[in-house]
Design a protein around this ligand. Structure first.
Ligand SMILES: [Zn+2]
Length: 257
């Protein structure tokens, strides 16, 4: 009987009546137990009447239980930040999803073409352009020195970006800046590359750094960074941002009793 249980259940249709039978493990719809089509059953004890009443299936309740809730991806939180322009967010999404027009990405679509970095003589692949290129290395070094953070150099750009994100936080202005800085740096590197590639205009590392700082200045004027920790004053003193918004002190209410 036990050996043939699955066959019997799969071919026996249960009548719902008061709905006190198992929602997942009884064959009440005629196509076998619903648990057979579900990788993980979210509520083992659920009865049919929990989701099905008077001929109506309550899809809203069911979907809220079935839907797996994942914490938001760290990349989604940082690249879609309200502090950066939408075009930069979209560009970062393309970069992280291998959707920018560089040789190694295009090879995946069947295109084979010669490719040379706009800044040096190496092959222009994603990891080289955003992480390994000497000019780009100087840019990252500049900001690591300016923000007094440990070197986070890696050969691939994704690990490099994640190294910055690992230092990001909402408890300080510096941490906040680190959450968006990688997007601005990559965007300006891409713009500098295109300027040279299409217009023949050569930029040096210090000029790319200046452009990045100008972008950070513009952002900090539009949406000021809040002074949260003593170390945040460094941002102001080294000229990364023009000012810090003072933190509003917590309101203290005195009760007389
Ligand atoms: Zn290069």
């Amino acid at each position: 009987m036990l050996r043939s249980k699955d066959v019997v259940v799969g071919n026996t249709r249960l009548l719902v009546h008061d709905g006190s039978s198992s929602f997942w493990f009884e064959n009440w719809l005629g196509g076998g137990p619903l648990a057979n089509d579900q990788a993980a059953v979210p509520t083992l004890e659920a009865q049919i009447s929990d989701f099905y009443n008077a001929g109506t299936l309550h899809l809203e309740t069911l979907s809220s239980i079935i839907r797996q809730r994942h914490p938001p991806m760290i990349s989604r939180r940082y690249i879609w930040s309200s502090h950066i322009l939408l075009r930069i967010s979209i560009y970062m999404w393309r970069l992280l999803n291998q959707a920018i027009s560089l040789a190694d990405v295009l090879e995946g679509f069947g295109f084979n073409m010669p490719s040379k970095c706009s800044f040096c003589s190496s092959c222009e692949i994603v990891d080289h352009l955003f992480s390994q290129c000497p000019l780009v290395d100087d840019v990252w070094n500049f900001f690591e020195h300016l923000l007094d953070i440990l070197s986070v150099h890696y050969l691939d750009v994704l690990t490099l970006i994640q190294g910055y994100w690992a230092r990001a936080s909402t408890s300080s202005a510096t941490g906040h800046l680190l959450s968006i800085l990688t997007s601005i740096v990559c965007w300006e590197i891409w713009k500098a590359r295109n300027l040279q590639f299409f217009d023949g205009v050569v930029l040096f590392a210090f000029q790319v750094c200046r452009r990045i700082l100008a972008e950070v200045h513009a952002i900090s004027i539009a949406i000021p960074f809040t002074h949260r920790m003593a170390t945040d004053t460094r941002l102001f003193s080294v000229g990364v941002i023009p000012f810090l918004k003072p933190r509003v002190p917590p309101k203290v209410t005195t009760l007389n009793w």
